[in-house]
Ligand binder design. Structure first.
Ligand code: ATP
Length: 569
């Protein structure tokens, strides 16, 4: 790959530098090149490469295949969560409490962590709360779109009840050494507030790293910025790249993050304005969606593609699979090249014609059957299968016999004589040995589970609490597969940092309280507008914008007003 002068300046910079760039500008490629070239070398210290997306991490790891030493100590390639857990929270927690903490990405992977209060018909995930050491606040924006209305409509005393219970459970887990990314950040804040400890941690990091490269810096939370500040203060060189318009994780923080205050401490490199990824029409749509005044120029291999942006209006999401297939074929693209994306995973799934991965059932037999079904379904994508494996693991833990059910994961593994790996393997063995659940009655599936005596002995679980759903039939939503597709699909957040030859961006019905289309048409900044911007900018040659009929005319007028070439599907 021949790097541009602006990219080379980033790859070779000798002092702490921040570079802003448009989508597809080759930020990932450039920082990985820098990580490999390492212009600032040190005989003993390493370089860290931190990213919020797996795209940069995978790319860096792939590039290290020919030079495996680059991946090894003292270097680091991984997420900011991994960095915080490994170098800051893990060692400090161990030193203070003499327990090595278990880290989870989110509470959804932690058994028995749901928040339930008698008399309230709303089972909440701890992930939907912002929790500090002495308060919990339910954030309706974090609740999946399908349940958000219920969250908004909770009465004050119901909300307070849930928040009190959330805080109680959270404290219990954290005290026993079970930490998620958000809980680790709460711990981190308190560690760094202690000046002596801060000094020790800063010196340890400076002894280990000569430089830390940060991708997608716009997605840093308040606590992430504290870490970058610490590194900078103790003399670690910081190279940061980002695109402020791609900031789509503000909902994680309870306070606005002032990343700019930190970035002002770095030298500013030349903005990367050339978009190597997308065609001219897609770049024009991305420019229209961007709230700032910068304009990116198509300069990559799609610069000759003169495909307009395809506009499609829909009423029912269920009709979208057929409409999208037709629109893709009409433009002479293959369905295999199409990625259907939406803000909500459920919207993307339905628009792609993929079978249901969720049901609102809290029946553990139904949950196990669904997870097992997804693990064995070749049409599911990797993320769905990993989520299903986690659900199965979690359910096995929740079915634990009395003396293990309430243990934290590391104590549980110790009692059973297992490692994380052997535990996962044993759960997968259950899945491999089970017959297809939806070909039989729930009671037969339950009877089959009762025969897994060896597994029950090894993993200390019991099938006793499992009950067949009413009428001994599975919920319809799990068994009625669609006749088309499914097309490949993803949330916009999960596709961040990646690209696809053709993208169908699904825009849902307008919401009275405001939405991305409203922000875009009113010319104001907003997270939902940025989510649309990130989505559209994943497309290389073909962008289909499928907008619900309630917002379609606004989308069409905005694009046409901004001079974006469009065609109706
Ligand atoms: N100098 C270059 N020459 C040719 N292709 C390039 C160059 N730099 C980047 N690319 C290509 O452009 C595409 C986008 O690159 P990359 O993913 O690094 O961009 P990015 O800035 O990280 O994008 P985003 O922030 O939108 O995820 C990739 O296909 C990459 O291979």
């Amino acid at each position: 790959m021949k790097f541009t002068d602006a990219q080379m300046a980033l790859i070779r910079a000798e002092i702490g530098t921040y570079v802003e760039a448009c989508p597809g500008a080759g930020k990932t490629q450039s920082i990985v090149q820098r990580f490999v070239d390492r212009p600032l070398t040190h005989p003993r210290k390493g370089v860290g490469l931190i990213s919020f997306t797996n795209a940069a991490i995978d790319e860096a790891r792939a590039r290290c295949i020919s030079e495996p030493a680059l991946k090894e100590v003292p270097n680091f390639i991984g997420t900011i969560d991994g960095f915080i857990n490994r170098f800051l929270v893990g060692p400090t927690y161990l030193a203070r409490r003499r327990i090595s903490p278990s880290f989870y990405e989110s509470w959804s992977a932690v058994p028995n962590s749901h928040v339930k209060v008698n008399g309230i018909q709303f089972k909440a995930s701890l992930d939907w709360f912002i929790i500090r050491s002495n308060s919990a606040r339910l954030i309706p924006e974090r609740v999946p779109i399908e349940l958000r209305k219920v969250a908004f409509n909770l009465k004050k005393n119901q909300r307070l009840g849930l928040e009190g219970e959330a805080l109680r459970i959270w404290k219990l887990f954290v005290r026993r050494g079970t930490l998620t990314a958000s809980a680790a950040r709460v711990a981190l804040q308190s560690y760094l507030a202690d000046s002596e400890r801060r000094e020790q941690l800063g010196m340890l990091l400076a002894d280990r790293f000569v430089e830390v490269i940060v991708d997608e810096v716009q997605d840093c939370s308040e606590e992430d910025i504290l870490v970058l500040d610490l590194l900078h203060e103790f003399g670690v060189n910081i190279i940061a790249v980002g695109d402020p318009d791609q900031s789509i994780y503000a909902f994680r923080s309870d306070a606005p993050v002032n990343t700019n205050n930190f970035l002002r401490k770095l030298s500013v490199g030349e903005r990367l304005n050339g978009n190597f990824r997308s065609s001219p029409a897609i770049c024009a749509a991305v420019n229209s969606l961007r709230a700032g005044s910068e304009r990116d120029e198509p300069i990559g291999r799609c610069v000759e593609v003169n495909e307009p942006v395809v506009l499609l209006s829909y009423r029912r999401r269920q009709c979208l699979p057929k409409l999208l297939v037709r629109a893709t074929r009409n433009r002479n693209f293959a369905e295999d090249d199409l990625m259907v994306i939406a803000h909500s995973s459920e919207h993307a799934r339905v628009a792609a014609g993929a079978p249901s991965t969720r049901s609102d059932s809290t029946n553990k037999l139904v949950i196990m059957a669904r997870a097992h079904h997804v693990i064995g379904d070749p049409r599911r994508n990797g993320l769905e299968r990993v989520a299903a494996i986690r659900t199965l693991e979690r359910t096995i833990r929740e079915l634990g016999v009395a003396d293990v059910v309430n243990l934290n994961q590391s104590d549980y593994l110790e009692v059973c004589g297992l490692s994380e790996g052997t535990f996962r393997e044993a759960c997968l063995r259950i899945a491999a040995a089970l017959p297809r659940p939806f070909d039989m009655k729930p009671s037969n599936f339950r009877a089959k589970l009762q025969t897994f005596k060896a597994s029950q002995g090894q993993l200390r679980w019991t099938s006793q609490p499992l009950r067949s759903p009413r009428g001994d039939t599975w919920p319809d939503s799990l068994t009625d597969d669609q006749d088309i597709g499914p097309l490949t699909h993803s949330t916009i957040h999960a596709l961040k940092g990646r690209q696809s030859p053709a993208v169908a961006l699904i825009i849902p019905e307008g919401r009275a309280e405001g939405d991305g289309v409203r922000q875009w048409c009113d010319g104001i900044k907003g997270e939902e507008r940025r989510v649309l911007y990130v989505g559209a900018s994943r497309a290389e040659s073909l962008l289909i914008i499928a907008a619900h009929e309630s917002v379609f005319e606004f989308v069409e007028a905005q694009l046409n007003g901004d001079g974006v070439p469009t065609v109706l599907a």
